[in-house]
Write a protein that binds this ligand. Sequence first.
Ligand code: FES
Ligand code: FES
Length: 152
Amino acid sequence: MNLVLNGESREIPSDWTDEPLLHLLREHFGLTGPKFGCGVGLCGACTVIIDGVATRACITRAADVEGLTVRTIEGLAEGGALHRVQQAWLDLAVPQCGYCQAGQIMAAVALLDSVPDPAADDIAAAMDGNLCRCGTSARIRAAILRAAEGVR
Ligand code: FES
Ligand code: FES
């Protein structure tokens, strides 16, 4: 049983197949960008991109990503260059405590991959389920618009 994880084919060991994808990523593959928040699909801290769709890794079974493509925040930068969404986040100093931010960034990347020039309503709909207890939502919206400017 395999998946394509951040561009590389990786095996899902048989003793992990019934575990949440989030635990497989963090504990087996050592990818700690996706965070455990609520564990029940309500906060977005664990968001990864599965076949282009922002998905809650805490409520996704590891076996259910067999043959699929999974991206985590660790797979965004290429050749030493940050993804434009990561760069926009840095430029606008978006994070506060940071706990929710990998999930926020992955949701933003999935949005911009499907809607390159999003309207305010598109951003609100895409980011609605990603909670931030620190109140960074206004900066997140601004950073998404800034990242979108690069493709206008
Ligand atoms: S930890 Fe997955 S949605 Fe909260
Ligand atoms: S930056 Fe602290 S929860 Fe979002």
